[in-house]
Ligand binder design. Structure first.
Ligand SMILES: C[S@@+](CC[C@H](N)C(=O)[O-])C[C@H]1O[C@@H](n2cnc3c(N)ncnc32)[C@H](O)[C@@H]1O
Length: 376
């Protein structure tokens, strides 16, 4: 406790997974973290032993479990739990989803006068339209309770990292407000965000702010720069590679042939998708040669694990993306200790928030006001 400085802002990390949000919160002290998943809890504790980590359901937490006070609560809540259908499925008046458990906790802290001034909720962009916009309205309304103003940004991790990973960040702040613009402006106020804002009920819009975050400089990394050396990974045997390539649609096969014809070494991310073709569900291998990996996902059912495809002359080699490569695609430093099993490592990274995106939000929006409050 002796190293706790009153001028350093404090953040609590909910739905913490492996703690990637906290990794992006440079200059903050993570005063508390919570997650339900024992495997993620092990990874969190191993990598962030200095943080008080609580394993269990956020809905079972009470203010008494939380130490002191925090300037910020970060919540990367699971997307399915934001649905109003889930939240209202329980007993009358009793919120049941994980997100609503988190909101109940923030309300209880506000009632005690020690709710965080800032709250960030990260979710998939589908939140903008799910329930015809009612879910987004409910989230914004809940976050703007307690005198907070709320705004959102749609940010693709591809601005910083070679991974296409668009995510929605709903940011609620009271007191010293982050920089804002009078209307939508800049790359993170996407057209679907603007449309979702326009659908909000008037009472919710009254508390809205267009938070202003500058785009970063051009990204210099691409997928190839993050890969392990070719001689240190396990390539698919030829029959398995052929079976995977047999899943290419005519379009993706033409794409592969065009890259092959260039004669240069080309690298693609490959992922399997089920497409409906002539009314039939068909599994396909899709390739992207634009220097980006597709969005990392959790490996449920195995089909979401990405492949690395290397084309060199007449040779095409395939292999799985490794957990360490997945960690690099999330902006995780090399000394971060991965879980022992590949599937746990890939699940953790597929669920996580990209570190440089959190850092950009922290530096551009969250830290300036929190720093002033912490120093006061
Ligand atoms: C989208 S992931 C967030 C991961 C995290 N931001 C990271 O960077 O690793 C959602 C997390 O919520 C956790 N979770 C789901 N339901 C929960 C609940 N009821 N209480 C606490 N944690 C929960 C899951 O175990 C998962 O790690």
């Amino acid at each position: 406790m002796s190293n706790h400085r009153p001028d350093v802002p404090v953040a609590w990390e909910f739905f913490a997974g492996g703690g990637l949000a906290g990794m992006g919160l440079h200059g903050w002290r993570i005063g508390f973290a919570n997650d339900l998943d024992p495997a993620k809890g092990r990874a969190f504790r191993e990598n962030h032993p200095e943080v008080t980590f609580h394993l269990g359901d956020v809905g079972a937490l009470t203010p008494a479990d939380l130490p002191g006070r925090a300037d910020l609560a970060w919540a990367s809540s699971p997307c399915q739990d934001l649905s109003l259908a889930g939240a209202r499925g329980g007993l009358a008046g009793r919120r049941s989803g994980a997100f609503w458990g988190f909101i109940d906790l923030m309300r209880a802290l506000d009632a005690e006068g020690r709710g965080p001034d800032g709250i960030v909720v990260e979710n998939v962009c589908g939140l903008l339209t799910s329930g015809g916009g009612a879910d987004f309205a409910a989230v914004c309304a809940a976050l703007s309770e307690g005198g907070r103003r709320v705004g959102a940004l749609e940010i693709d991790a591809a601005h910083w990292l070679p991974q296409s990973r668009p995510r929605l960040f709903v940011v609620a702040v009271r007191g010293d407000a982050p920089p804002e613009t009078t209307g939508p402006d800049g790359p993170f106020h996407s057209s679907r965000l603007i449309a979702a804002h326009d659908r909000l009920p008037e009472a919710v819009r009254a508390n809205w702010a267009w938070w202003s975050l500058a785009a970063p400089p051009h990204r210099n990394l691409d997928l190839a720069t993050l890969l392990e050396p070719d001689d240190s990974v396990n390539w698919f045997p030829s029959e398995r590679a052929a079976a995977a390539l047999a899943l290419l649609s005519p379009l993706h096969r033409r794409r592969l042939e065009a890259e092959r014809a260039s004669g240069a070494r080309r690298i693609a991310a490959g992922y399997r998708r089920v497409r409906i073709e002539d009314g039939i569900r068909t599994q396909r291998l899709e390739l992207r040669f634009d220097g980006l990996a597709g969005c990392l996902r959790t490996p449920a059912g195995g089909s979401s694990r990405q492949m690395v495809v290397v084309v060199e002359g007449s040779q095409t080699r395939l292999r799985w993306l490794t957990p360490r490569e997945a960690a690099r695609l999330m902006g995780v430093p090399e000394d971060w200790r991965l879980p022992p099993s590949a599937s746990a490592g890939l699940k953790l990274m597929g669920d996580a928030v990209a570190v440089p995106v959190v850092r950009a939000l922290s530096e551009g929006l969250l830290k300036p006001g929190a720093g002033r409050r912490a120093a006061a």
